[in-house]
Design a protein around this ligand. Structure first.
Ligand SMILES: Cc1cc2nc3c(=O)[nH]c(=O)nc-3n(C[C@H](O)[C@H](O)[C@H](O)COP(=O)(O)OP(=O)(O)OC[C@H]3O[C@@H](n4cnc5c(N)ncnc54)[C@H](O)[C@@H]3O)c2cc1C
Length: 239
């Protein structure tokens, strides 16, 4: 968990990092959790953990598995066997920029992959280029956390020469990290904010989809400009 998120959580929450619970206690509702042999009282237990592709079914069918442990698929989500398509957490997606395999266990990607595979399975030739753009939105207590596209860590793993631009809007209690490729094209963004995270995430997503450069399509305009635009939209031009 990032320091930024930790600093925003209520002091009443206890965060244990890098450990797995031995047991969640309680019969009909959560009453506590056992960690490293020690028992803690709790009204709720929230796990943050990774995801591993479940490929048992695919393996039993003889489908090819990739180097990252997910089902290997082509651009149309076709597997190594004719007429069989695979989507979701169990597959290795193709990164949009490099074509390299990546794991993206997230519903937004699974849904778009489903659309692509469905179209291909009935003979459609359309290739959607937004299939592997991740859009993840979580609201943890009173904080929106949004991850769109590629993070700087994933960029490094994929060998993309990326830059990160940090912007802050203190009036909205918002911090944003924007990831751009070496030519300035927006390829990812992460947002942490008290509200409207999904809306900012959508703005980032739209720009990634368009292949926009940040200087052509800046993300957060200064507050006074937004206010002026809002007033002009609702009341007409300001003289
Ligand atoms: C706690 C949690 C919160 C999440 N929150 C979000 C979120 O906010 N936004 C988001 O985009 N994504 C979220 N995700 C991720 C999202 O749920 C997954 O990416 C998405 O459900 C993957 O779809 P899928 O079809 O691959 O797998 P699943 O939705 O897991 O569906 C697989 C289905 O196949 C069935 N199955 C498995 N093996 C067999 C078999 N041998 N025979 C028959 N059936 C079988 C399973 O029972 C299951 O019903 C979350 C995931 C978790 C666990």
């Amino acid at each position: 968990m990032s320091d930024e998120l930790l600093s925003r959580l209520s002091q009443r929450l206890i965060v244990h990092s890098g450990v797995s619970p031995d047991e969640v206690l309680g019969e009909t509702k959560v009453q506590g959790v056992k960690l490293n042999g020690q028992t803690y009282d709790a009204d709720a237990v929230l796990f943050m953990t990774g995801v591993k592709p479940d490929v048992q079914l695919a393996q039993s069918m003889g489908l090819e598995i990739g180097g990252l442990g997910g089902v290997k698929v082509g651009t149309l989500l076709e597997t190594s066997k004719d007429g069989i398509y695979s989507v979701g957490d169990c597959i290795e997606m193709h990164d949009r920029l490099t074509g390299k395999p990546v794991l993206m266990p997230i519903g937004s990607v699974a849904a778009r992959a489903g659309r692509q595979a469905g179209v291909a399975a009935v003979g459609g030739k359309k290739v959607y280029d937004d299939v592997s753009i991740r859009f993840q939105y979580d609201r943890i207590f009173d904080t929106d956390i949004v991850c769109v596209g590629i993070s700087s860590v994933i960029a490094e793993d994929l060998g993309i020469d990326a830059n990160v631009l940090y912007i802050e809007d203190p009036a909205e209690f918002t911090k944003i990290a924007l990831v751009t490729s070496s030519d300035g094209t927006l390829i990812g963004g992460q947002v942490i904010t008290s509200r409207m995270g999904a809306r900012i995430g959508y703005q980032i997503h739209k720009r990634i989809e368009m292949g926009a450069k940040l200087d052509e399509a800046p993300l957060l305009e200064p507050l006074h400009k937004r206010m002026r635009d809002h007033l002009e939209e609702t009341l007409g031009p300001i003289q």
